[in-house]
Design a protein around this ligand. Sequence first.
Ligand code: GDP
Ligand code: IMO
Ligand code: MG
Length: 429
Amino acid sequence: MANVAVIGAQWGDEGKGKVVDWLASRADVVVRFQGGHNAGHTLVVGNQVYKLSLLPSGVVNGKLGVIGNGVVIDPEALLGEIDRVRSQGLAVTPANLRIAENAALILPLHPALDRARETARGEHKIGTTGRGIGPAYEDKVARRAIRVADLAEPETLSHKLDELLLHYNTLLAGLGVETFEKQKLLDHLLALAPKILPFAEPLWLRMDELRRAGKRILFEGAQAVMLDVDHGTYPFVTSSNTVAATAASGSGLGPSAVGFVLGIAKAYTTRVGSGPFPTELHDATGQLLGDRGQEFGTVTGRRRRCGWFDAALVRQGVKVGGVHGLALTKLDVLDGLPELKICTGYRIEGALVRHLPAAPGAQAKAAPEYEVMEGWSASTRGARSWADLPAQAVKYVRRIEELVEAPVTLLSTSPEREDTILMKDPFEG
Ligand code: GDP
Ligand code: IMO
Ligand code: MG
C-alpha cells in the first residue's frame, strides 16, 4: 500500500491540513478529490500560517498538487488563493498545480442560490459555508454544470449558460433575490479562461502515469465522514461523498489505488453549522475546549460547537470511511482537565445503541452514555515521542483505540508541523 488517503472521521476541522502537510514530505503528489473551497485547512510551519481551501496542502512542501474531477472549483476563489499563497512566498504554477479538465465549476450564481435558500430555511438552516457547494454539485448531477474544459469553447459556454440561467433565474426570482445576466456571466468566464486553462488537463492520464511510475500519492480529504452526503447526519451534511472510496473516483483512478486510509479525529469533538451533536457541551468545559483549541471556523469564522470525544461516532466513521488507522489530534487541548468523558453509545427512548441512527428524530433524542476517565496535569503540548506523554494520556489514547476499533497510528500535539508522533508510517501500509 504505497498510497495514503487522509479523511476526517468526525464533522471536519480535525487537523487534516496539518497531517497532510506533515505526510507530504514522504509523498510525490497530493490530490484533492472532493469538496471545494468550503474546506479550510490550516498549516503552521515555523512562523508562517497557511490557510488553504482549494489548493492541495502539498504545495507548501513543494510537491505536485492536483485538483481532481470530484472537486467543485470556484475559479475566482482558486486564483485568489494562488495570489495569497504567492504573497507568502510559495510558487504556484502549471508546473506544480494540475486541475482535472472534467471538474465542475462554481459560478457566482451558486453562492447566490446557496445563501438565498439558507435565508429561506430560517431556523431550519443547514449552516452551509455559503460558497455554492450544494448548488454546484446539484448541477453536476443534473448534467448542466459548466466544467473546466468548457472554458476553451465560447459556444459551449453560451448554450450551457442559457440552460443554467433558465433554471437559476427562475429560482432566484422566486426567492426574491437578484437574477443574473447572461452576457455578464459569459464575459466573466471568458476573462477567467486564459488564467485557468493552463492548469487544466486530462488528469486521469497523469494519475495513471504517476501510479505506474510507482510515485507515492497522498489523497487529501476535505470535510469528514459525518458530513458525507450518504453516511453523515443528513440533511446536515455537505453535498459530496467524503469517504475514502471517493479518492479513487474523484481523481480518475481505480479503487485499488487508494491504499492506507488514515482517519483524522480530534481528541474531543467539534462541529460548525447546524445538526445533531450528542456530546455537545453548553457549559464551562465546552467554552474551555473552544478557547484552548481556538475553535473558530477557518472559512466562516464562526465559533465551533465543542463536546466530549464520541467513540460511537468515530467507530461509525472508521467503518464507513474504511479507516485503517487513526491520527488523533489536539490531545494538548485536554491538558489539565481533571476528568474526561468518552461517549460509548447512545440511549434512545430507553434502548442502548452503539451507532447514530439515520432518522433525524432518533438522532435528536440520542443521549450519550459516558465512560469517565481521569485526566492528566502534565503538558502534552509539543510532545514528539510517545515516552513524553503522561501515563493517563496514554491510557486515554489506548481506550479510544479499543472503543473505535482502530489503532491510533499518529498523534498530533500542537498546530506546528513537527509536533507529531508517528507510531506507524502509513506509507508502509
Ligand atoms: P482541517 O479542516 O481538518 O484541516 O482542520 P482545520 O485546519 O480547519 O482546523 C484544525 C485547527 O487545529 C487548525 O487551527 C490547526 O492549526 C489546529 N491543530 C491541528 N493539530 C493540532 C494539535 O495537535 N493541537 C492543537 N492545539 N492545534 C492543532
Ligand atoms: P474542512 O475540510 C467543517 C459544513 C458546514 C455545514 C455543512 C454544509 O475544513 O474540514 P457546505 O457549505 O459544504 O454546503 O456546508 O458542512 N462544512 C464543514 N464543517 N469543516 C469543513 O471543511 C466543512 N465544509 C463544510 O459548516 O454545516
Ligand atoms: Mg477546516
